[in-house]
Design a protein around this ligand. Structure first.
Ligand SMILES: NC(=O)c1ccc[n+]([C@@H]2O[C@H](COP(=O)([O-])OP(=O)(O)OC[C@H]3O[C@@H](n4cnc5c(N)ncnc54)[C@H](O)[C@@H]3O)[C@@H](O)[C@H]2O)c1
Length: 359
């Protein structure tokens, strides 16, 4: 990557941060000149339904609560029919990446904007990437219309996020920023944003895990997740993400849990050919340069997130198929790979062992 010659595309996005910013939802709807709002609200965030409906007011035409991970195509089609029937001209999604993912499927087909109110750390609201899953295959694509025009980051809405979801979701965010340091499309601006995200998550995650109602720490984690989402969206999903897409799309693993387990092992695989990026990561994570992968594994352990694929219900005999499928999906990677080398790293992830230092 050259620091003097690169292209950075500034996207059309508004991000509002602060406890209570959900209360500006009505004003944001008006600013987008929307008249008919289709609200998607995730099952876990359902306690927020009434208050969000009140904020939308009489522009609300429908509330949709059936949300599933990885956006099954049948679910997307049902929701799209409901949007057609309601003549909605705006989607508001409240919840995690699954809620945002369904909103994206609608924006893609109906060419209408999204306002996102994220309540996990998935960061999908900052990317132009959408995903749809059918026949055990998660198909991703990119389209500017699916990038929410407005994202309202209100940490007050995250204090009841179960701690098991919190830690894994934060690791999903970390995976975005870590991998964006060497993903196709990275440049000095995406790297600066990614490192900011990594620092914010590394500082706030332990605080949130020990004190889940700490709004300030939750706000810092949400900010780190937003930065990480930008870094993924403005670069691309690479090696680690493709492996996780196979684990989720073909084997039904929970998206964020898969990220928590695989990230240290994917980093360990690439570390030997990325001394510059490992140095950047070591500074952001405040650890030794030759032990970045191990430090991520330690952070995962301290945060109580899953650390082995066995724990997530995968079987050892699945590893070869995961590796073959992932090898077919991965376009480029800093280090040469094949199905056998991916299977080897997956064995470490399956057993949940701490990755070795590189030197
Ligand atoms: N396109 C992208 O750029 C991108 C980026 C990251 C993730 N994703 C996608 O997002 C999905 C995963 O997102 P996720 O990890 O946020 O999972 P999720 O949206 O499924 O949410 C995880 C859990 O948290 C619960 N939850 C959400 N908000 C809550 C709240 N306020 N209180 C209590 N519980 C709450 C949900 O009900 C769910 O059980 C995957 O499908 C993944 O592919 C897409």
């Amino acid at each position: 990557m050259s620091a003097t010659s690169f292209t950075y595309v500034q996207r059309n996005r508004k991000m509002v941060f602060g406890p209570g910013v959900r209360n500006t939802l009505g004003a944001e709807v008006s600013e987008l000149n929307a008249q008919k709002v289709f609200l998607i609200i995730d099952g876990g965030a359902i306690a927020l339904r009434k208050s969000i409906e009140d904020l939308v007011g009489n522009k609300l035409v429908s509330t949709w609560t059936d949300v599933k991970q990885h956006v099954p195509v049948e679910l997307a089609e049902s929701a799209r029919s409901a949007v057609t029937n309601s003549s909605a001209d705006l989607v508001v999604c409240v919840g995690g990446g699954s809620s945002t993912g369904l909103a994206k499927a609608i924006a893609l087909s109906h060419r209408i904007p999204i306002i996102a109110i994220p309540t996990t750390y998935a960061g999908s609201e900052q990317t132009t990437i959408y995903g749809l899953t059918g026949d055990r295959h998660k198909q991703t694509g990119s389209d500017a219309i699916v990038l929410p025009r407005v994202s309202l980051y209100d940490a007050e809405l995250t204090v009841d996020l179960p701690i098991s979801v919190t830690g894994a979701s934060a690791f999903n965010a970390l995976a975005h920023s870590v991998e964006s340091l060497y993903a196709t499309g990275c440049n000095p601006i995406t790297t600066a944003i990614a490192l900011e995200g990594i620092r914010a998550i590394n500082l706030s995650l332990p605080l949130v895990m020990s004190s889940p109602k700490n709004i300030e720490a939750r706000a810092q984690l949400l900010y780190g997740a937003a930065m990480s989402g930008i870094s993924l969206g403005d670069t691309s999903a690479g090696f680690h993400h493709k492996i996780c897409h196979v684990l989720g799309g073909a084997f039904g693993l929970v998206h964020a849990d898969a990220h928590s387990v695989v990230l240290p092992h994917a980093v360990a695989f690439n570390a030997p050919v990325l001394p510059f990026e490992m140095n950047q990561l070591a500074h952001a994570l405040d650890c030794r340069q030759d032990d970045v992968a191990g430090s991520l594994w330690d952070l995962a352990k301290r945060s109580g997130v899953p650390s082995s694929l066995a724990q997530l219900g995968l079987h050892r005999e699945n590893l070869a198929e995961v590796a073959t499928r992932a090898a077919a999906e991965i376009r480029t990677n800093p280090r040469n790979f094949d199905a056998a080398s991916i299977e080897l790293l997956l064995q470490g992830a399956f057993d949940g062992v701490r990755p070795l230092a590189t030197n």
